[in-house]
Design a protein around this ligand. Structure first.
Ligand SMILES: [Zn+2]
Length: 408
């Protein structure tokens, strides 16, 4: 079994000195400023003159901005994170013009992620110590897990979350080993009253701690809402508390999703999931739902790159497959006209089988996925049997060997 080289991000907390925290905050501010200035210039050129401004033009603009009195402060921080911000904007526009993403938006001081990206010329990594440009001392990193032996990071991203915690993410080359083949396949559906339903009948519920965490979050949010607009200090304190609880939920959830995705990939040779847009159908603005929708997107990404790493087949289906309405009994294929969200169990009028709503959907997803994966990756087969509704099944192109850095 041959090992595979992948780029992998290793993320750690660190505790900056006051001087480092000040330097990083200044850098975050400059990154945001440069990103917004370049975005304004590009949007204006596009809207007024239908011109596309490229990365090199924005890079020349940055040089000019630094020479003005008003923006001279941009010279005080490392230039690398500013250049990286322009590269990220370039990527955002490329995706926008290719219709893969919405138009890039301005970064906000309060809502946007505070982060700065350093490439090799702007940091030194030696003897397990990481020192960033414009800093005298290495960062005090909490090495919660080891880096791969002999790893040398190619990119370092520093960020601060809404709860005020500092993180550094090191992108390194790592080796992964394909898992021994197994003779099993699984279809996965987003459950209505559970986190996931599997085609083998297992239903995976949200871990118990989520409920308690959510109760605490809801209470903190009510406290925050009650604080008067004018009461700055208390309001800020309440906001930090909400952010802390939220950060804890996100951490524990990610941990749980890693365990779950690793298990599913280990146990199955083929993993079939519905298209991403399906979860949008279920979306409402209640907190619980928002969190589990986000969890589904995250789990799907984990399954995709872990399948890629370990030699498994990941099959995403398109969104309009009627998996809930279709009877999953082989050779039956009865299609219900409607399947309201409150129906948890139903009996097929044609074959008499009683189905759990979500497990039935997961079984249909598996069958559809196996049908398309048998046709080979990258093709868009049309299934002939219109009675079963399977004519709606097409396969998205399964990306291979994609950079999977951001997802860890
Ligand atoms: Zn049936």
């Amino acid at each position: 079994m041959t090992t595979k080289h992948v780029k992998r991000a290793f993320k750690y907390r660190f505790h900056p000195t006051d001087a480092q925290a000040a330097e990083l905050s200044r850098t975050f501010g400059c990154v945001r400023k440069v990103y917004n200035l370049a975005l304004a210039a590009r949007s204006q050129a596009w809207q007024q003159r239908a011109e596309r401004v490229n990365y090199h033009q924005t890079s020349a603009m940055l040089t000019a901005w630094k020479k003005t009195e008003e923006l001279a402060y941009l010279r005080e921080v490392s230039s690398v994170p500013l250049q990286q911000a322009l590269r990220h904007l370039q990527t955002a526009f490329t995706n926008f013009f290719a219709k893969r993403a919405k138009q890039p938006r301005f970064k906000s001081r309060k809502r946007s992620r505070r982060s700065a990206e350093y490439t090799t010329s702007a940091f030194r990594f030696r003897d397990g110590k990481l020192t960033l440009a414009k800093m005298a001392d290495p960062l005090d990193i909490v090495w919660s897990r080891p880096l791969p032996a002999g790893a040398s990071p190619s990119t370092v991203t520093v960020s601060q979350d809404a709860a005020g915690r500092w993180f550094v993410s090191l992108l390194c080359e790592d080796e992964v080993t394909p898992l021994p083949p197994v003779d099993a396949a699984v279809g996965i559906d987003v459950g209505i009253d559970c986190l996931l339903a599997l085609s083998d009948g297992e239903k995976i519920t949200n871990p118990k701690f989520e409920r308690a965490d959510r109760v605490r979050l809801a209470k903190a949010q009510r406290d925050l809402a009650r604080k008067a607009e004018g009461d700055g200090a208390n309001r800020a304190k309440a906001r930090r508390k909400v952010a802390r609880i939220y950060a804890r939920i996100v951490d524990r959830r990610r941990d749980n999703l890693h365990k779950l995705s690793t298990r599913l990939v280990r146990e199955n040779q083929v993993v079939v999931v519905e298209g991403l847009a399906v979860s949008n159908m279920l979306k409402n603005h209640r907190l619980a739902r928002v969190i589990s929708d986000a969890a589904w997107g995250e789990l799907r990404r984990m399954l995709e790159y872990k399948c890629d790493w370990h030699g498994r087949t990941f099959v995403p289906l398109v969104r309009w497959f009627p998996s809930s309405k279709l009877c999953s009994t082989p050779e039956c294929g009865y299609l219900n006209e409607k399947m309201p969200l409150n129906v948890r169990e139903w009996t097929c009028p044609r074959c008499g089988t009683t189905h759990d709503r979500d497990v039935n959907a997961a079984r249909n997803i598996l069958a559809a996925g196996l049908a398309v994966s048998a046709c080979g990756a990258g093709v868009r087969p049309q299934r002939e049997s219109s009675r079963t509704g399977l004519s709606a099944v097409k396969q998205e192109v399964v990306p291979t060997a994609r950079l999977r850095a951001a997802q860890l």
